[in-house]
Design a protein. Structure first.
Length: 148
């Protein structure tokens, strides 16, 4: 088993139409407004940017996110990621009763030396850290969508 390889999936039930959720998730530069763990997003060009995140654990992760797929009709947003993590992440937004379901899938290999060094003993803590970040993101986006 490669202890630095991760697969994540999160499901966010949100009280807004799929098009509204898609529009919010498409504006990555606005994530820090509603998702406190996304500390900074700096556009490089129309399809890529540098993202800095930090959740509960006292370390930042920085990566370049490059758009791979943007399909509003299918409700899909996908990026390739390189830097402290290499891999991809995808949002898939669908309709559900009372709003939308935003499914987040991510497959990454951790490249950050500190996290690689503690890969085996730290794995459960790193997974918990990711779960907490995603929970906060869902709450932040739901509040943001209700306020708009």
């Amino acid at each position: 088993m490669d202890w630095t390889h991760y697969r994540f999936r999160s499901l966010w039930a949100l009280p807004a139409r799929p098009a509204t959720v898609y529009d919010a998730l498409e504006r990555v530069e606005d994530y820090p407004r509603w998702w406190r763990q996304v500390r900074e997003v700096n556009r490089i060009d129309d399809t890529s940017g540098v993202v800095r995140i930090r959740s509960l654990l006292p370390y930042d992760m920085t990566f370049v996110a490059r758009e791979v797929r943007r399909d509003p009709d299918a409700g899909v947003l996908e990026v390739a990621m390189t830097g402290d993590v290499d891999g991809w992440a995808r949002w898939t937004i669908t309709a559900r009763e009372g709003g939308s379901l935003a499914r987040y899938d991510q497959v990454v290999d951790v490249k950050k030396p500190l996290l690689r060094r503690f890969a085996v003993p730290g794995r459960p803590v790193f997974r918990l850290n990711h779960w907490l970040m995603m929970r906060a993101g869902r709450r932040g986006l739901a509040a943001y969508l209700e306020a708009v």
